[in-house]
Design a protein around this ligand. Structure first.
Ligand SMILES: [Zn+2]
Length: 63
């Protein structure tokens, strides 16, 4: 059994939750959004379009 690390490694590929773009590791330009306890990653272009929605959601749901 190889279950030493409970967290996924950084070498894991990221898939954009919006457009499906795949990247190696986690590019610094990508945005990670935690929604309902699940991490979602968005590529650079999607993050730009999504940042308002993410912030808007935080504003409306967190406060
Ligand atoms: Zn994308």
């Amino acid at each position: 059994m190889d279950q030493q690390n409970p967290q996924p490694t950084d070498a894991e590929n990221r898939v954009c939750s919006r457009c499906g773009t795949v990247a190696e590791g986690t590019p610094p330009t990508w945005t990670c959004s935690v929604e309902n306890g699940t991490r979602h990653y968005y590529c650079e272009s999607c993050a730009r379009e999504n940042i308002r929605a993410i912030e808007g959601r935080l504003d409306s749901d967190w406060w």
